[in-house]
Design a binder for this molecule. Structure first.
Ligand SMILES: [Zn+2]
Length: 67
């Protein structure tokens, strides 16, 4: 079920622009010791959270700068 009243944010990978970020369970990660992981390129680190609506734009920008 999707709650449209909540603004939706996704974490996006800076390397590949993927949004398949595996996030640790917040209840288990009170110290923020568990890193997020991109399931697309296996990058582990911190991922910026952006609005879902901007995710596509982000990907486009990423592809433009990609060689
Ligand atoms: Zn990635």
């Amino acid at each position: 079920m999707i709650n449209k009243q909540i603004s939706r944010y996704v974490k996006v990978c800076l390397l590949c622009g993927g949004t398949n970020i595996k996030m640790p369970n917040l209840g288990l990660d009170v110290r923020m010791t568990i890193r997020d992981k991109c399931l697309d390129c296996d990058y582990i680190g911190n991922f910026p959270e952006i609005d879902v609506k901007n995710a596509e734009e982000f990907k486009k920008k990423l592809k433009k700068t990609d060689k």
